[in-house]
Ligand binder design. Structure first.
Ligand code: NAP
Length: 311
């Protein structure tokens, strides 16, 4: 698709997600003008060096003036303060969305600031890598990935359709969902795996009996696969944990119960139970490959470099 969809798009936050959006917006000519704003001058300068937009504006309130689509790509804990800053200068009729990994909290933080004249539709592209910053983005990040929209009740259907069309032009498939349901699903498929990875890598780092050099040297035995997730941005993941607390705690308690059951099977030498579980989990991976969400290569798609995003 190469048809201009919005006269002006403003991106607030130009890290991995914001800069990937900038690249696809330019490649597919989805905006007449692309305005970029971010918190630190250093990041804004880098975005300009990378030629990610048409205009670079430090002040977010100034940057959203006359924008038809505003996309906020900042850590979820900052979405309320950004909403407050831009509220007074949003164009009537504009669509305002975000890409945050938690939805109920973003809705609660942003909605009170949103003027009744704009269409506020939170969103979450299920695509990412462990990298951050404007250099990390790439135009194909959203290709064949899901984007979940969580429009508040009563949102204008045409605005939802327009935002959906934008994400489809970025390569994504669209689902709409209740924010609390989103948060529960994501706690399982994304937040829990990251927390487990942070924990296991932390445990290995703390271990005194195995030297760190051995952990690194023999990492291909399994440990390496956790380190990719555990290298994810600390600010982003601190905010995810703080802003999806209830759903994460629920998933963690189920996980702990299942882990205790697995521990018991190992202790009592219950090979059948172990074999059954490991067979069931192998089928799950097969389904993910069949759904086109992973590549079935011996290196888990690492050689495919950037397109092998897995979040
Ligand atoms: P990132 O690469 O670390 O970039 C974050 C951006 O937000 C930077 O441009 C940063 O600006 C800006 N920012 C931080 N605090 C801000 C504030 N208080 N006010 C204004 N701008 C601020 O992060 P990211 O990976 O793109 O993540 C952005 C959002 O996408 C998060 O909500 C995350 O949950 C969500 N998400 C991430 C992934 C993923 O895999 N990474 C996937 C899906 C959704 P400065 O550099 O100028 O400080």
């Amino acid at each position: 698709m190469s048809e201009m969809m919005f006269d002006r798009i403003t991106l607030i936050g130009i890290g991995l997600i914001g800069s990937s959006l900038a690249r696809i917006i330019r490649r597919e000519s989805l905006a007449g003008e692309l305005v970029i704003s971010t918190r630190r001058q250093e990041t804004l300068t880098r975005a300009e060096e990378l030629d990610l937009g048409d205009r670079y504006v430090a002040d977010a309130a100034e940057a959203v003036k006359d924008a038809d689509l505003v996309i906020i790509s900042v850590p979820v804990g900052s979405s309320g303060s950004v909403a407050e800053r831009i509220a007074g200068t949003l164009k009537p009729g504009a669509i305002v969305t975000d890409v945050g990994s938690t939805k109920a909290s973003v809705l609660a933080q942003m909605q009170p600031h949103m003027p009744a004249t704009v269409h506020f539709i939170p969103g979450h592209p299920l695509a990412g890598t462990e990298k951050s910053g404007p250099d990390a983005g790439f135009a194909d990040l959203f290709q064949n990935r899901w984007c979940i929209l969580t429009p508040p009740e009563g949102t204008d259907a045409q605005a939802i359709e327009r935002l959906g069309a934008f994400w489809r032009a970025c390569g994504s498939n669209i689902d709409t969902m209740d924010p609390l349901h989103h948060d529960m699903v994501l706690a399982m498929v994304s937040h829990l795996p990251h927390i487990i990875a942070y924990n296991i890598v932390g445990t290995a780092d703390d271990l005194q009996t195995v030297t760190k050099s051995e952990v690194i040297k023999y990492s291909a035995s399994g440990f390496r696969d956790f380190t990719r997730l555990a290298a994810s941005d600390p600010t982003m993941w601190r905010d995810v944990c703080l802003h999806n607390k209830d759903a994460i705690l629920e998933m963690l308690s189920r996980f702990s119960e299942d882990l205790a059951s697995l521990q018991r099977a190992i202790r009592w030498g219950d090979g059948d139970k172990l074999f059954d579980l490991f067979t069931r989990t192998r089928d799950v991976r097969r389904s993910i490959i069949e759904a086109g969400q992973e590549i079935d290569t011996p290196d888990f798609g690492r050689s495919a470099a950037k397109p092998a995003d897995r979040r």
